[in-house]
Design a protein. Structure first.
Length: 488
């Protein structure tokens, strides 16, 4: 090999060695940095302070998890959207009946006709319950199931058995139960310990009402495409009850934690708190459950007697978990937390936004992670769903109030209770559907087609009831009214 060429090769070799060394060093540094950041991101927490099952004060947890705690505290801030949001710290939210006067009429004779307001942030849940004028009528201690960090009291009342503890509260007064909670020092709104295992920080559900309800659903044969672990349990040995904390997938847990409270329920003094999930989660399934339910004395279940007509009616409560379960998002594995607690970046860490609120205040993180379209377009799509749902809701409300007028008129003309029976039954079933979608808080968004169907049925059933009552007009034609009233 000529000398010049040999020299050049040496230099090239040396250069190559240096390049490799530099590249290796760089790669190692990068790797170390990534590792460090990854472990930073993965590191569950630096346990600066000990938290246990009895640590209900979120401030204590905030020592270990300051970022989540900071966002949690923001639920006290005022927010507002067209159909969602609420009043802020300075005033109570608006009365729903100011917007929709028909609410006062359909709830005549019931506490909801006295005071029924818009919801607001989690920070206020206990305070708003303490101050509602609905408490001027006797209320059950079970009301606290969804408005306070109640588990230590349930364990105490049930000698360690939380379900027994919960069941003990329905006969206690609200005031007595609240006083005990105060005494134990646990009078906080929904707290970290209600959704997280203090040892592992894993998501978990705690509320006995939910656990009982989801077991009823698992034991039924209602289709559950949105909850694959329930189907898996059904297909398995069934040698133990479905346990959300063991069987639930991480995706399901991200909705189950909210399903502890954002659901239809019975909560009063005649029987323990009940989630009506024995036939499934649709409005008609829950109605069937209530229609077959008996009070302990054997009489038929109802929530209240309508002051004008005397019909024994159902009251629907915020069925967000149920309506969501009928929508395309649930079917696609999109959980409550995806939209209401989206991830936010904080350095290398991704944390869940604990400022639970309307996703429309946060479309970028709540929706655009999946929907790669303009924010204005996403907003317009939601608005289209909500305004159409709202129009249909108002129409169904006119139909139900027309039915009340027709029943009152028939009564004034001397129609007997027996003659009025079909119209009163139709009032119950039509009003249930109207109330169901009115009480659900997404204005149809969580499952637009299911909501439209329920409202369409409501209007139809109300008009059938009106016809039945009108036919009682001419004496002698009362008998035919009974057959005219068909059921869905
Ligand atoms: C795909 C996204 C998405 C999912 C999943 C979702 N929501 Fe919503 N939710 C919305 C939107 C959009 C609204 C309407 C907000 C508005 O009108 O300001 C809403 C409204 C609400 C409201 C009323 C909010 C307010 O500001 O008044 C509650 C409560 C709620 N959802 C609870 C739930 C629960 C509980 C679940 C799961 C069972 C759930 N949502 C699943 C998008 C979602
Ligand atoms: C299964 C859970 C659950 C139970 C039990 C429960 N609530 Fe609530 N409550 C909620 C949820 C979720 C909201 C927020 C959604 C809404 O306002 O529609 C709410 C909202 C409220 C509000 C604010 C809005 C309004 O309606 O004026 C009051 C007051 C209230 N509840 C009182 C009570 C009383 C009194 C009881 C007992 C009869 C009770 N709650 C039982 C879950 C529950
Ligand atoms: C322990 C019961 C409980 C649990 C668990 C719970 N909520 Fe709530 N939530 C409430 C109550 C009660 C209110 C109404 C508070 C008020 O009006 O004072 C409320 C209000 C809301 C609102 C309205 C906020 C606003 O700014 O108007 C949204 C949205 C919401 N919850 C979503 C969720 C989601 C999503 C989850 C699960 C991650 C969840 N909640 C878990 C009881 C609960
Ligand atoms: C209503 C239920 C609920 C409450 C109350 C709640 N969290 Fe969470 N938290 C969640 C959900 C949902 C996630 C997402 C977990 C997942 O997907 O695995 C989460 C995640 C976390 C994580 C994991 C890291 C992250 O941010 O994703 C930490 C830490 C945490 N929460 C701390 C807290 C603290 C501290 C409090 C009380 C101040 C609290 N949480 C209250 C529902 C809740
Ligand atoms: C984790 C992913 C994910 C998130 C977050 C998400 N979506 Fe979706 N969205 C989907 C999927 C999947 C579908 C079904 C589309 C399909 O399969 O073609 C869908 C469908 C829709 C539809 C049409 C279906 C219907 O119900 O009418 C609308 C509107 C919509 N999303 C709006 C939103 C809004 C608004 C948000 C934020 C509040 C949001 N989405 C958040 C995944 C998501």
């Amino acid at each position: 090999m000529p000398l010049a060429t040999e020299n050049r090769s040496r230099w090239i070799l040396l250069g190559l060695c240096i390049a490799v060394a530099v590249a290796t060093a760089l790669a190692t540094a990068l790797l170390l940095n990534v590792r460090e950041r990854q472990s930073e991101a993965k590191k569950p927490f630096v346990a600066l302070t000990q938290v246990t099952e009895d640590t209900t004060d979120p401030a204590t947890w905030g020592v270990n998890w300051p970022k989540e705690y900071d966002s949690y505290k923001r639920t006290a801030l005022q927010t507002k959207t067209t159909f969602g949001g609420h009043g802020g710290s300075e005033a109570l939210p608006q009365e729903k009946a100011e917007r929709d006067p028909w609410l006062t009429r359909i709830f005549a004779g019931y506490a909801f006709s006295i005071d029924y307001r818009d919801r607001r942030g989690h920070a206020y849940m206990l305070q708003d319950q303490e101050s509602t004028k609905r408490l001027t009528k006797p209320q059950s201690g079970s009301c606290l199931h969804c408005h306070a960090s109640i588990m230590p009291l349930y364990r105490k009342l049930g000698n360690g058995d939380a379900k027994a503890g919960m069941d003990a509260t329905y006969k206690m007064t609200y005031q007595e139960t609240h006083a005990q909670l105060n005494e134990m020092g646990h009078a906080h709104p929904v707290a970290c310990v209600d959704c997280h295992d203090p040892k592992t920080m894993q998501l978990r559900v705690t509320r006995p009402g939910f656990i009982d309800g989801i077991q009823k659903l698992a034991n039924s044969s209602a289709p559950v495409p949105q909850l694959p672990s329930v189907q898996q349990w059904r297909d398995g040995k069934r040698d133990r009850p479905y346990d959300p904390n063991v069987d639930g997938t991480r995706t399901e847990m991200r909705s189950y934690v909210c399903g502890q409270c954002h659901v239809e329920y019975y909560c009063s003094t005649k029987m323990p708190l009940t989630f009506p999930w024995g036939y499934g989660l649709r409005a008609r399934d829950e109605e069937k459950f209530w229609n077959e339910q008996k009070f302990p004395d054997g009489s038929a279940f109802y929530d209240f007697e309508h002051k004008e007509t005397g019909a024994k009616l159902l009251k629907a409560q915020h069925p967000e978990f149920e309506l969501w379960s009928q929508g395309v998002h649930a079917r696609s594995g999109v959980a409550c937390a995806d939209c209401h607690m989206p991830y936010m970046r904080d350095g290398a860490t991704k944390i869940s936004d604990h400022w639970v609120r309307s996703p429309l205040l946060n479309i970028n993180r709540a929706c655009q992670t999946c929907h790669h379209v303009e924010e204005s377009e996403i907003r317009a799509r939601v608005e289209t769903i909500q305004t159409r749902n709202h129009e249909l809701l108002e129409r169904a409300a006119v139909a139900v109030t027309d039915l009340l007028d027709a029943i009152n008129a028939a009564k004034a003309r001397g129609a007997t209770a027996e003659q009025l029976k079909p119209a009163l039954e139709l009032q119950r079933t039509a009003q249930w559907r109207l109330d169901y979608i009115a009480a659900e808080n997404s204005m149809g968004f969580h499952a637009p087609q299911e909501a439209a169907m329920v409202l369409g049925e409501s209007a139809d059933l109300a008009r059938q009831g009106q016809l039945a009552a009108l036919k009682l007009e001419t004496p002698g034609q009362g008998a035919s009214a009974k057959t005219a009233a068909t059921r869905p």
